[in-house]
Design a binder for this molecule. Structure first.
Ligand code: NAI
Length: 546
């Protein structure tokens, strides 16, 4: 995507445009042609020189939040350098731009705010959302990530502070799958917050009111979806960190009408299923023979459960048999048929069983082979619980998916230690490798970034009209197939994050083919999909502007 030379700004205006700015790396010809002489120091530097300068100060910062601010400021000044750095050092940068550091950044968003990114659609804009979207300077938007900030990671209602999440997720679309940054749009839908400490904070950036719910809220979301689909007809719309009552409703309302998905429900499901497929290669068991016990029956947990059911049905099980594999515990205990307090998304998982509340009693009664934590509650997997599941499973699969790290159901070290080194462990936020009994274990990170960027790229490549569950099932299988025997030997159930662009490309090819086979593609996927889709991927290096 080379910028049009006829429309290039010059001089300071060029340097202040983060999509075009190269700082000290403008070459001699650009300095002459674009009136930059005298505005930049005379020595022309390479992108490698600039990387060295940035990392020199960045790595000396005392805290991750300071490093996050460094990265955000770089994104404001020079997007090419920002994406170059986060792509090249993805393993180091991912925990900064996403969980866990993005969680801290969201908690303090009003304090660390420098420059606005993305669009804020507030209740005050009802009736005018289309005009507001017209203010966005670009028309060729391919991915929108939208939140209303009501359930940010496991941190609860952070209102407009939640804007850090769409910004971070879109940075991952670019870093992991090469979606061009100018084609990405973060959006915050502001109907207020019920977080009193934010309402009391003069630096809070959102509407200072309690959340509006009901018809007005729905009307604003509806107006946004309609206006965004008209203004950006090629855009995929990703719902992110909505509270679960709204997340499920909007997914059902919009998934057959616009190209949309919910990452907390469907992306999490796909990455968790991929992790289970890999874990079963270690334990040598079949998915159909598992008894999966979920702690947390919300967006993430039941999303995973539904995709498991889809996967099991694809293996030939009936719906009823597939549901027998997935058991849920929520804040009130085991999800069973006799309960009268179950939401719509939990009801399909209600089992014929006596009600039970105590987690240990549940494990003793069910003898699960895997624990999947998506409760947002730190420490849910206690030592007695992990010991009990180790007794029932032999080699238990333990996923502590709650984010950020402070909400994880257990740590990697606890899982390995309390299971006597037998657990196959993955978490939502990253944990460092653990040594136990003289052996090193590499915990898997069930990071949705393995899935959504590749799915998005595949959807864009095929111009898919809708997003289907089959795409997430395919993405899970593709991801699991990329895990090598060497990875498994170390207990690693996902590929190294260093390989993320290859992972995203492989998923994109598979998803584009699903779109084509399901009749949803509006663009033909060429026979050599690998080269065609790779060609679409933005590589963050400087291009000559003249
Ligand atoms: P949610 O609010 O929809 O659901 C939370 C569920 O946990 C509810 O069913 C609640 O009843 C249950 N719960 C609460 N206390 C419990 C307890 N002590 N024992 C068992 N269940 C309990 O939240 P959502 O969206 O499902 O997210 C949950 C967590 O999963 C969050 O921390 C989130 O960050 C994390 N998550 C992780 C992802 C990943 O690792 N890739 C992706 C998406 C979410």
């Amino acid at each position: 995507m080379k910028p049009d030379p006829k429309n290039l700004p010059t001089g300071l205006r060029l340097m202040q445009d983060p999509t075009l700015n190269k700082g000290t790396a403008f070459n001699e010809a650009e300095r002459d042609a674009l009136r930059l002489r005298g505005l930049v120091p005379p020595h022309v530097q390479s992108i490698d020189d600039q990387v060295q300068r940035f990392l020199g100060t960045y790595r000396k910062r005392a805290t991750d939040l300071e490093r996050y601010i460094d990265l955000a400021s770089l994104q404001d000044r020079n997007e090419t350098l920002y994406y170059h750095i986060i792509t090249r050092f993805i393993e180091e940068m991912m925990p900064l731009i996403y969980t866990p550091t993005v969680g801290q950044a969201c908690l303090q968003f009003g304090q660390i705010f420098r420059r606005s990114h993305g669009m804020y659609v507030s209740q005050k804009d009802l009736g005018h959302v289309a005009e507001l979207l017209d203010n966005w300077p670009r028309r060729d938007i391919r991915v929108i990530v939208v939140t209303d900030g009501e359930r940010i990671l496991g941190l609860g209602d952070l209102g407009a502070n939640g804007m850090g999440i769409p910004i971070g997720k879109l940075a991952l679309y670019t870093a992991c799958a090469g979606i061009h940054p100018t084609q990405c749009l973060p959006v915050f839908i502001d109907v207020g917050t019920n977080n009193q400490s934010l309402l009391d904070d003069p630096l809070y950036l959102g509407l200072h009111q309690r959340r509006t719910t009901g018809e007005i809220y729905d009307a604003l979301v509806e107006e946004f979806i309609t206006a965004a689909s008209e203004a950006f007809p090629q855009a995929l719309i990703q719902f992110e960190d909505f509270a679960n009552h709204n997340a499920f409703r909007f997914l059902h309302k919009y998934r057959t009408r616009v190209c949309t998905f919910n990452d907390d429900i469907q992306g999490t499901a796909s990455v968790a299923l991929a992790g289970i497929y890999s874990a079963l290669r270690i334990t040598g068991k079949q998915l159909r023979d598992q008894r999966l016990l979920f702690f947390g029956a919300g967006e993430a947990g039941t999303g995973v459960g539904e995709l498991m059911v889809t996967a099991l049905k694809a293996e030939g099980l009936s719906e009823a048999e597939a549901r027998k594999v997935c058991w849920f515990v929520d804040s009130k205990g085991l999800v069973v048929k006799s309960r009268t307090d179950l939401n719509e998304h939990k009801q399909p998982f209600a089992q014929d069983h006596a009600p039970l509340k105590d987690p240990l009693a549940i494990i003793e009664a069910l003898q699960p082979t895997a624990l999947i934590g998506a409760s947002g509650q730190q420490g849910t997997f206690t030592q007695p619980i992990i010991e009990a599941v180790t007794r029932s499973a032999g080699r238990p699969i333990i996923f502590a998916l709650s984010n950020p790290t402070s909400k994880a159901e257990c740590t990697a070290a606890q899982a390995y230690e309390w299971s006597g080194g037998t657990a196959v462990f993955a978490s939502g936020s990253p944990f460092a490798p653990v040594e136990f009994n003289g052996r090193w274990f590499v915990p898997g990170q069930g990071n949705n970034a393995y899935i959504f960027p590749g799915v998005g790229l595949g959807i864009i490549a095929a111009g898919s009209r809708l997003v289907t569950d089959e795409m997430f099932l395919t993405a899970a299988r593709t991801l699991a197939d990329l895990v090598t025997e060497k990875d498994l030997e170390q207990g690693r159930i996902y590929p190294s994050i260093q390989q993320i662009r290859d992972v995203s490309l492989a998923i994109a090819i598979a998803v584009a083919r699903v779109a084509q086979q399901s009749g949803l593609a509006t663009r033909k996927v060429p026979a050599d999909a690998q080269s065609a889709i790779k060609e679409l991927m933005y590589v963050p290096n400087y291009v000559s502007l003249v």
